[in-house]
Design a protein around this ligand. Structure first.
Ligand code: ARG
Length: 459
């Protein structure tokens, strides 16, 4: 029987310790700052608690906050370590505070649990990540919309079953992908709103016999409000992550469909577009190759994000109420999906911005057949019943020669058709998202600055 390794929470067998800490020792590195911010809010609230013997005087609270700022600075200099015996960021920060402040450090955990902490940390972390992802997704939508505006009058064959179908425009194609991302951004906004609630004060999920003020910690951290029920606050771990991952999955689904179109249209057989060589990769054996690897990886990584959402959902399904250690395993797929989505919507922007358009090939793709439906509708305008017009057009394929695809595309002027695109209306939705994110981020930074008594995030 192993005597075990000394930790803040008892002697634990080293193999068990390594197995149970799992990836936390590494993953939690991105949570150091938010863990310190959460602790600053908790200790500030404790210092305001009406007790005969205050847990922290104002001066002591200030000492703790100063030490927390020290931990953040050490972390930024890569001088803060989470060791195996810490198990996670929460105990690592408590150890550092106790080393520096003695008894004061030992008091910071009063009235809260690590479940409380990890839930707050992940929500603050996600908030920040959603700012970046929303901004970059809106940025990609804007790039596509600028492209659509510029190429409003470039003809393109609209396809169904990948076969040429109707005369269309490059503007319609690009702004379709943009509008998909704009709808995805609404899902992110919904997920952001659910994430923007404070779980702090749930403790082990059942509250504590202390007059803690949950509304106060929520406000100090810039959340919109506390999650009401403390047991639900604990059970919302993983749930909130999954809601976010569902929104990210939609973003990546939109992106993967754009990527697939790009891979096809970059093929020399289509020749619609080409990319600057710096955005392609070559082959080690075939000197001529210019491969669209970024789009292929975006397509594959959308599968990764979908599977991250499924990993989290699979862990949650059937999990009993209250904290279960299983929840720890939702952390890695959550972080991975946030990272992959952010990287993907970011990397695609310069590629789409520098796309070279080959109008001749796009025009050549508009084979005479694409005018068949237009001609049938012309016959309808002359009073021929549609089915008769359809049969006549089918039997006279030569009558479709010599039409201009651009004229045909732009003649569809109703809302949302190639000749009726309201691109500036779509662009406003992207700009509104960016404005919302900037306001929210500023508000969050102001709250943290007030809490720490120093300009955040610059410190
Ligand atoms: N690293 C843990 C997690 O992510 C922190 C919470 C540990 N809580 C516990 N009751 N063992 O879930």
């Amino acid at each position: 029987m192993s005597t075990g390794k000394k930790t803040l929470v008892g002697q634990i067998d080293p193999t068990v310790l390594a197995y149970t800490a799992g990836e936390d020792v590494l993953l939690d590195r991105v949570l150091v700052e938010v863990d310190c911010i959460g602790t600053a809010a908790h200790v500030t609230m404790l210092s305001e608690m009406p007790l005969a013997h205050p847990l922290f005087t104002v001066a002591e609270k200030d000492q703790v906050v100063a030490a927390l700022i020290g931990v953040i600075r050490d972390h930024r200099k890569e001088a803060f370590r989470i060791s195996a015996s810490d198990q996670d960021v929460h105990l690592a920060v408590e150890r550092a505070l106790t080393a520096k402040l003695g008894d004061l450090g030992k008091r910071v955990h009063t009235g809260r649990s690590r479940n409380d902490q990890v839930a707050v940390d992940l929500r603050l972390f996600a908030k920040e990540q959603l700012f970046h992802i929303s901004r970059e997704t809106a940025g990609l939508a804007k790039v596509l919309l600028a492209f659509a505006e510029k190429h409003r009058e470039v003809p393109m064959a609209g396809r169904t079953h990948l076969q040429p179908a109707m005369p269309s425009s490059l503007g319609l194609w690009a702004s379709a992908h943009a509008e998909s991302l704009l709808d995805d951004l609404e899902l992110i906004r919904g997920a952001y709103r659910q994430n923007d609630r404070s779980p702090l004060g749930s403790a082990a999920g059942y509250g504590v016999p202390l007059p803690i003020d949950r509304a106060r910690t929520s406000e100090l951290l810039g959340f919109s409000r506390p999650i009401h029920n403390v047991l639900y606050a604990s059970m919302a771990r993983g749930r909130c992550e999954h809601v976010i991952l569902m929104a990210l999955s939609q973003v990546m689904l939109s992106v993967s469909r754009l990527a697939e179109d790009m891979i096809l249209y970059l093929m020399p057989e289509f020749g619609y577009f080409s990319l600057p060589p710096a955005y392609c990769t070559g082959s080690s054996i075939m000197p001529q190759k210019q491969n669209p690897d970024v789009f292929e990886l975006a397509r594959a990584r959308s599968a990764d994000v979908l599977s991250c959402a499924m990993r989290v959902a699979s862990i949650l399904k059937g999990l009993p109420g209250g904290y279960q250690r299983d929840l720890q395993e939702t952390k890695a797929p959550f972080m991975e999906a946030l990272r992959l989505t952010h990287e993907t919507v970011t990397v695609l922007q310069p590629l789409m911005q520098s796309l070279q358009v080959h109008e001749d090939s796009l025009r050549a793709g508009c084979i005479p057949g694409v005018f068949a439906t237009d001609r049938a509708l012309e016959l309808v305008a002359d009073g021929v019943p549609f089915r008769d017009a359809y049969d006549r057009v089918k039997s006279e394929p030569d009558a479709l020669e010599g039409r201009d695809p651009l004229v045909a595309a732009l003649q569809k002027k109703h809302e949302g058709a190639p000749g009726g695109l309201h691109i500036s209306g779509l662009a406003k939705r992207a700009t509104d998202t960016i404005d919302f994110v900037n306001r929210e981020q500023k508000c969050y930074n102001n709250k943290v600055s007030a809490l720490l008594g120093i300009e955040y995030p610059s410190l």
